[in-house]
Design a protein around this ligand. Structure first.
Ligand SMILES: CC(C)(COP(=O)(O)OP(=O)(O)OC[C@H]1O[C@@H](n2cnc3c(N)ncnc32)[C@H](O)[C@@H]1OP(=O)(O)O)[C@@H](O)C(=O)NCCC(=O)NCCS
Length: 329
């Protein structure tokens, strides 16, 4: 029997218009353009300023364009998995809201939470539904309105994050293209270093939690940096090794855009030259679940059928992982 792989057959992304530049951040917190550029690689990020709109708004912009490009209706979608840490509401899921807004009447939909590794986790999860033959058209969405949980008085975090969304469509492929392998990992001890203290069941929202600014992202940057560098590099090298790939075999590395120095370290460990490392962190910062689909969108024209792509991510949890895929169009 021919092996069925899950391959990406269409994609799109969306970023809001408003650009929050390093210069503007200089007026908000004690920081400077030079420090941000050299320590992170970020020049600006996009912020969703639309009153009353959240993560699903950006996801829907991306998905509607994706459906148009693929030439299919929303009613043909079987499943929507939305990776996000900034859902429109605590419940119901943002995926259900997206399904309703785009008119995906025949899809079941759910959210997946794995912080910055969420898009990779969702891609690997969607892959199983395609490979098992139960579902034929699976939408994988990565979307975050990080500006809704960022403290713009905290210079350690506000310089990093931005808003954005992207989506890919997974469909069956019988020509050996599509997702070849994935390695996904997690270590809950990492929760101490990157989290949102209040608003969950342990510490529900109260006047006190709001006054203490506990609904914003807390990050121990130095510690997260250390774990990110080691783990993202290890897992990317491991996926190459177990698939017999040399650096020459790899067409491009698409790594989570959290910090240019972490991405460079991963590429070094893989032995992959900088010309193969796709980067857009300078324009968007860290959009959490949006980074990898935004890379797909920005660099789609570079990819050729059969290209070996390595995806890699690291995020809160800790969660991390790598996916090896062969580009299908
Ligand atoms: C957040 C991050 C950019 C900070 O960079 P860093 O090189 O680790 O910086 P440090 O925290 O060691 O701080 C170095 C100095 O810069 C200062 N500093 C911190 N933020 C600053 C800012 N925005 N502007 C200017 N100076 C800043 C610190 O106070 C410190 O000063 P000191 O030496 O006088 O104490 C970096 O740690 C990082 O990218 N962490 C990982 C992010 C990540 O991958 N997240 C996970 C996935 S979402």
């Amino acid at each position: 029997m021919t092996k069925v792989n899950a391959s990406i057959t269409a994609l799109s992304a969306y970023v809001p218009e408003y650009r929050l530049t390093n210069k503007e951040l200089e007026k908000m917190v004690d920081t400077n353009d030079e420090w941000i550029k050299t320590r992170t690689g970020i020049l600006e990020r996009r912020i969703l300023k639309k009153e009353g709109e959240g993560t699903s708004y950006m996801a829907v912009q991306a998905i509607n364009n994706l459906l148009e490009r693929r030439g299919i209706g929303a009613d043909e979608i079987d499943l929507i998995i939305c990776a996000t840490v900034t859902p429109d509401l605590v419940f119901p899921s943002t995926a259900c809201i997206i399904a309703d807004k785009i008119g995906a009447k025949n899809a079941f939909a759910y959210d997946l939470m794995a912080a910055c590794s969420g898009f990779l986790y969702a891609l690997a999860t969607g892959q199983k539904f395609i490979e098992s033959g139960t579902h034929k058209k699976v939408l994988i969405v990565g979307a975050d309105k990080m500006s809704s949980i960022i403290d713009y008085e905290d210079r350690a975090t506000c310089i990093i994050f931005g808003d954005g969304a992207g989506a890919v469509l997974l469909e069956p492929n019988e020509d050996g293209l599509g997702i070849q392998d994935s390695i996904l990992k997690s270590d809950g001890h990492g929760r101490h270093y990157l989290h949102q203290k209040a608003g969950g069941s342990v510490k529900p929202a109260s006047h006190e939690t709001v006054d203490a600014r506990e609904h914003f992202v807390y990050q121990d940057g130095k510690t997260v940096f250390k774990y990110a560098v080691t783990n993202m590099a290890d897992v990317s090298a491991e996926i190459m090794e177990r698939n017999g790939l040399t650096a020459d075999d790899v067409a491009y590395l698409l790594a989570h855009q959290a910090n240019k120095r972490i991405i460079d370290a991963t590429a070094n460990r893989m032995g992959v030259g900088s010309e193969k490392v796709l980067m857009n962190i300078e324009r968007y910062g860290n959009t959490t679940n949006g980074t990898i689909p935004l890379l797909f969108w920005d660099f789609e024209k570079k990819f050729k059928k059969g290209d070996n792509l390595i995806l890699a991510a690291f995020g809160g949890g800790f969660t991390w992982g790598s996916i090896y895929l062969k580009w299908a169009y």
